[in-house]
Each structure stands twice: as structure tokens, then as C-alpha cells.
Write a protein that binds this ligand. Sequence first.
Ligand SMILES: *Cc1c(COP(=O)(O)O)cnc(C)c1O
Length: 455
Amino acid sequence: MRYYSTRDRTTSVDFATAALAGLAPDGGLYVPETVPVLSASVRSSLATMAFHDIAFETTAAFATPDIPASVLADLVRDAYPFGAPLVAAADRLVLELFHGPTAAFKDFGARFMARAFAYLRRGEDKPLRILVATSGDTGGAVADGFHGVEGIEVTVLYPKGRVSPLQERQIAGLGGNVSALAVEGSFDDCQRLVKAAFADRDLLKRHALSSANSINISRLIPQAIYYLAAAGKATAGLVDADGEATPRLGGAPRPAQRTDGGAVVLSVPSGNFGNLTAGLYAKAMGAPIARFVAATNLNKTVPDYLASGNYEPRPSVATISNAMDVGAPSNFERMTAHWSYAELGRLILGAYVSDDRTRETIARVRDVSGYVLDPHGAVGWKALDDLETRDDRLAPVRVVLATAHPAKFAETVEPIVGAIPVPASLKATMGRTVRAATIPAELPALADALDALAK
Ligand SMILES: *Cc1c(COP(=O)(O)O)cnc(C)c1O
């Protein structure tokens, strides 16, 4: 597969170049030349295929021959010792994307990217140093994804005192090839520092630097896997048993069951729109998906665009679903590189949800079903409720993507529903010791820290 920049269709690169570079030299995002369509035999057996087999078929279409098929088969097994159960709650299905080590869907992208980088960099003598700036969630998933991966060092910059204790342990509690810098400043300062490092020639001579932010195509592609798996099951009426970390209060875990199945709509809690873009890829590859809901909090740039045709990025506003506080979603450029406004209007229904209604939804869903949504998943649930009253294009089988475990946002969720069980992965994380060097928000301080780490 070849990839071109969203801003220049005349020159294409291979998967290795697109993945290792992250951003194209012209500032655009890499997109595949075409979205590959899965074979008819794979498409007709999605409901019953093993997760790893779907993972292999999905990623092989994008990453071979740069990563050979035999390597890829082992790579996806190693990346995904967990799956994505599709469980029932009230009259809907919930696609649980939080069974990975950091309890959010970003584990799917980060763990594939880390292993892809390790393979693509094999035989290089200088280790690759990944620099990531984070406001909280991304840093944890990237740190965890790369932890212990050979030939790669990770340095995460986070705003000192502005991430939760759990997030800080996910970022700065691993050690080994993962180091953390607590920056005296804001998330924007962290991002500015990373950009400045990539623009500094002397620093680039001393270190092989790369980024791992959410616009990297190698993080996006593996997110198509769970859409293909879930759409296959939901269409066929197969519902999974509750997983180990399924947040259901009161009553026993639910066993696997069968329903009528039918056409499927998926509601995707969205911020930077990487997840929804991966869903669009999955549909184009042949996933049986009728439509998507783009569910946002008050950062509703994309729902507004779908309603009016005008794209107006704006500064973000703070909400309780803070991983979606994005006013200028970077993957919008990718969506519109593949699909016109009219096409996106047929594929996606938009809706946005306030914090008050997000809280009400967490309470109501828990009351009617025992299921506890996190604030992001609750936005997805409520967006479907709203569209049910005013749009007749919703398909009968309704799936909400649960992008994080509610225990990750206990400070918001527990005052509403009471104590919730903490998944084993998060319990282990809380026991870690934070080791981070504090630096002022200035490039010379970052350069010194990187030189010290390389010794
Ligand atoms: C990152 C994140 C989102 C938003 O995903 P995008 O791909 O940026 O749209 C939603 N929920 C959670 C929990 C997240 O961490």
C-alpha cells in the first residue's frame, strides 16, 4: 500500500515512511492511496472469526510488504492479549474498548504502533527516541505501548501538577525505556517544546527523534479491527459474555446471548476524530455498518459542520469528557481527503451533549441496566437518544463505543453511581512510584534532559 499526504497527491511513500514520519513533510496527514476491501470470504465470516485473525487481515491490507505477513501475524498476537467484548446494556450494545493496560481505546493504536516501529527499525544501531507531549491519556497509552519494546526509547512531556494521579503513574511509573519529564507549564507548553525539538538541527544530529501522536497512520489503522469484529457480530445477532472488567453493578455477569441482529449504527464519542476515521475505513473495507453517529461534548465543530457544511475550528472548551476537548480535530483533514461533504452526510449523523446531560445519562443507564458508562461513553449513549427522537435514519441495532473504563474517571462517575470496581490493570498502576525529572518549559532544558538520558 502507498500513502500520500492530504496536501499533496503527487508523491506517495510506503507504509514504513508514513509510519515513522508521522506527519508528512508538507504538514499534511498521510492517507492510504485507496482503502483496501477485504476478500468476500473474510467479509462473510467476520461474526465468527477470532479477533487476532481479523486483526491480521485488517493490518495486512495496509502494512504489507513493509511488515511481512508472517511477522504481522505474531505482532498482532503480541499486541492484543485482550479483546473488545460487545456486551448488552438495556436495549443497546456496548463495544468495550477498555480491556487493555491503560483502560482506554488508545491501547489498540499505541500497542500496534510500538511493535510496528520496533520491526521497521530493526538493525539500526542508534535507538529511536519517541517524544510525546500529553495532556493525560495519550501519554499513558503510548508509554505503556512502547514499554519494553527493543530499540525504542520514549520520553513523555506532561504538564506538572495538571494530570490525575492515575495518569501520572501511567506516564511516569514504568521506568526502563520510558522516561517522563514534568514540565513547569501547560499542555500547550509541552507541545511547543516537542515542536521546537523537532526544529532544532543540533538536537536532531545527536538523537534519532520521532513522534507518536494521534495523527500517525500506524495508530489509526489498527483501530479499524474492532469495528470489523463488532459489526460482524452485531449484524449476526451475537452478543459476548461480560468481560472481566465489565462495569456492571448489581447482578451476575451476563453470559453470551443471541438476538435478531440486523443493520448496525455505531455511536462514536469523538474528539480528534481518529476513532471515527478508523470506523469509516472499516466500513469501506467491508464492515457491515449502516451508519455512524459522531458524538461530541460541547466541542461540537464536526456536528456543526455536518449540519451546515461550514467547517469552523475554534478553541476548545473544558468538559467532564476531557479526552474529547478538541475544537480543531486534526483528523478532519483526513476524513475530507477521502469523502465529500455529501458522502459524509450520508455516513455520519452528528449530535453533541452537555456535561449536565452526560451526568444524567450515567445515572439513568445505571438505573435501568446496572451498566456504568464513563463520561465519554455516556456522550455516545446520549447522542443516540437525541437522534432517536429526530432522525429516522438510525439502524435498528444500536452500538455505543465505550472508549474508557469508568474507574479511569472515578472522580466524576462515583459521585453519581457510588463505588465502582477498579480493573486489575488500573490497580497495579496505582501502586507504581512516579519518577519524573522536572524541567522549565524551555528548549535548552529539554535538550539537556535528552542528552542526559542518552548517556
Ligand atoms: C482519545 C479519547 C477519545 C477521543 O477519540 P478521538 O480518536 O480523538 O476522536 C474518546 N474517549 C476517550 C476515553 C479517549 O481517550
